[in-house]
Design a protein around this ligand. Structure first.
Ligand code: NAI
Ligand code: 1HS
Length: 255
């Protein structure tokens, strides 16, 4: 049986855990070779091993996406490992923190920008040369927080909105050169570390109720529901889709 990503090569950042890991697993099930890049080396190795045990060709590289020099070197190694051909990049690595403009420190602001926005910029910069030669697809990670304002998440909302903007800009520059760029904007995925951090940021019954009430579908999402959307955008099924910000949010941004 031939999968939707048969023989494609993919790099997924922040894929040791959470949504990134489920994306790597789904890509692998669809026939892709997957490279997990994550700041957490041990977890990245374990994640790749788990996928190999499931019959997927998976590799692990330690990488902090905020370090431009390491990004360049690590992508060179990963792309060489794919004999020079990288088809898909998923810029999934991301972190969240909380605060209004008044109570967000410059350190927190810079860190949120560094991982969510600069990381996407650095990794794309490292992947594009191979993709220009062979064609490619980049999927960035926005959030509903990049589409609407979320109380108490100034830096995160700004970073994710910038990722949505960068996605459209990259589509404008590179679509004619065979590289489609899109982003997913997930609503809350409660089961991941980041989802738990979000729900734990204010555990009052009132806030929890208000949060869930924002989701017309009546629940939060699962990692695999985001992975399915990333798979579509990354695959040839989305051959005419470039510059899209795809809300995968149970209707959260529709109301
Ligand atoms: P997670 O916290 O479960 O996983 C994030 C992964 O990124 C971890 O393995 C972590 O080690 C890695 N990472 C963190 N900083 C890194 C760095 N500097 N370099 C390389 N790797 C790094 O998070 P989750 O929930 O899987 O989120 C994935 C993406 O989805 C993020 O971009 C997040 O902003 C976005 N998102 C998540 C939502 C949620 O509710 N969980 C909702 C909307 C968007
Ligand atoms: C943290 C992740 O990107 C989701 S922000 C959505 C927060 S809320 O709508 O569930 O309050």
């Amino acid at each position: 049986m031939s999968g939707k990503l048969q023989n494609k090569t993919a790099v997924i950042t922040g894929a040791a855990k959470g949504i990134g890991f489920e994306t790597a697993r789904l890509f692998g099930k669809e026939g892709a070779k997957v490279t997990i890049m994550d700041i957490d080396e041990q977890s990245a190795i374990e994640a790749a091993k788990k996928l190999c045990d499931e019959g997927i060709e998976a590799y692990a590289f330690q990488l902090d996406v905020t370090n431009a020099e390491s990004v360049e070197k690590t992508f060179q190694k990963a792309i060489a490992n794919y004999s020079g051909v990288l088809n898909i990049l998923v810029n999934n690595a991301g972190i969240a923190d909380f605060g209004t403009v008044e109570n967000t420190s410059l350190d927190v602001w810079n860190r949120i920008m560094a991982v969510n926005l600069n990381g996407t910029f650095f990794c794309s910069k490292a992947a594009i040369p191979s993709m220009k030669e062979h064609g490619g697809s980049i999927v960035n990670f926005g959030s509903v927080a990049g589409v609407v304002g979320i109380p108490g998440m100034a830096a995160y909302c700004a970073a994710k909105a910038a990722v949505v903007g960068l996605t459209k800009q990259m589509a404008a520059d590179y679509s004619a050169q065979g590289i489609r760029t899109n982003c997913v904007c997930p609503g809350t995925i409660a089961s991941t570390a980041l989802g738990q951090q979000l729900l734990g940021s204010d555990t009052s019954e009132e806030t929890q109720k208000k949060r869930l009430a924002k989701y017309p579908i009546g629940r939060f999402g699962e990692p695999v529901e985001i992975a399915e959307a990333v798979l579509f955008l990354a695959s040839d099924q989305a051959s005419f889709v470039s510059g899209a910000a795809f809300n995968v949010d149970g209707g959260m941004t529709a109301i």
